[in-house]
Ligand binder design. Structure first.
Ligand code: MN
Length: 315
């Protein structure tokens, strides 16, 4: 288990205590405990140094049955207690959508006798909201979203349900990490999860100023064991690329003669300078990008303060 120490740890843990509030016992939770839901039995557990054990809220956008989520869960148990709240069905590309016009139906998911988590008929952001507000036995210390099947780099970050879940975690001022692996139908998610866990462990051990939001991408090349290869030893910390991907739609005709379009999967834009997540990933680096969700363009904001924009006289 990860022992969190230093100033960052105390701020982190204090922050958690401040936000912690008594939670009512709920029918579903008791049911989970009865069925052997370890997550809840470990509530309030401390390690040998007396430090609270890290509570991790794990979600994704590929759905609760996705292999990437299972691999991430297997790896994260070495860091702390894992609470899984994930979409019931695949939500890739839904971005930061939320559900409020319809109810969020939730079902407990078991693997044999073992309670795995909650399947939410909603978006990844819904899962994080519900996870923090309802299902975690206390405020989580960390939100992990993934492992996504497919990279989430460049402007795809803004379409990504995987990244949106991490952003939602950051809204709660919880350190959050989105994890994505380059698409491969036979992807070795367990290997990728080992990489992700190793990086997350280092991020948590940093005496950072405040909870942070990170986007971690793992190219398939990084899974290959190439002793001595430079790209195997370091994580590349890079900004998000903002070049537009090629847009293409295949035009087709359905059996009733109606025209329809299907977006094709265009390759990322060619890599330029300076280095971005896209160019570093193309070279086989594991990339890490700190993100922020404040979309204000500060330079223009400052300029606009002098514009003296006014409103019409309304009679
Ligand atoms: Mn996905």
């Amino acid at each position: 288990m990860l022992a969190v120490t230093g100033a960052f740890a105390s701020r982190w843990l204090d922050g958690r205590m401040r936000h912690a509030r008594p939670r009512k016992r709920r029918e579903g939770r008791e049911h989970a405990v009865r069925k052997g839901g370890a997550c809840w039995l470990l509530h309030g557990r401390r390690n040998t140094s007396g430090l609270a054990i890290v509570l991790i809220l794990l979600t994704n956008d590929d759905g609760i049955y996705a292999p990437g989520l299972a691999a991430m869960e297997r790896a994260l148990v070495s860091l702390g207690d894992v609470c899984v709240v994930a979409p019931a069905t695949e939500q890739s590309g839904v971005g930061h959508s939320i559900t409020f016009l319809s109810p969020l139906v939730v079902q407990e998911v078991f693997e044999g006798n073992r309670f795995r988590g909650w399947a939410v008929e909603g978006s990844p952001a819904d899962c994080v909201k519900l996870g923090v507000a309802e299902f975690c036995p206390r405020r989580p210390d960390l939100v992990v979203s993934g492992i996504n099947g497919g990279l989430n780099a460049g402007i795809n970050v803004l379409y990504s349900g995987t990244v949106a879940a991490a952003i939602e975690g950051a809204f709660f001022e919880i350190t959050s990490v989105a994890v994505s692996l380059e698409y491969d139908p036979h992807a070795d998610f367990d290997r990728a999860a080992r990489i992700a866990c190793h990086v997350i462990r280092q991020l948590l051990a940093r005496k950072g100023p405040a909870p942070q939001l990170y986007n971690l991408n793992i190219p398939l090349a990084a899974l290959a064991a190439v002793p001595g290869a430079e790209t195997r030893r370091r994580v590349r910390v890079v900004p998000m690329g903002v070049a537009r991907y090629g847009e293409a739609f295949e035009r087709r005709v359905d059996p009733r003669g109606r025209r329809y379009y299907w977006a094709t999967n265009e390759p990322p834009p060619p890599a330029g300078e300076p280095e971005t997540d896209l160019s570093a990933l193309a070279k086989g680096w594991v990339t890490l990008t700190p993100l922020d969700f404040d979309l204000t363009k500060r330079a223009v904001l400052a300029e606009m303060e002098d514009w003296g924009l006014d409103l019409p006289e309304l009679s």
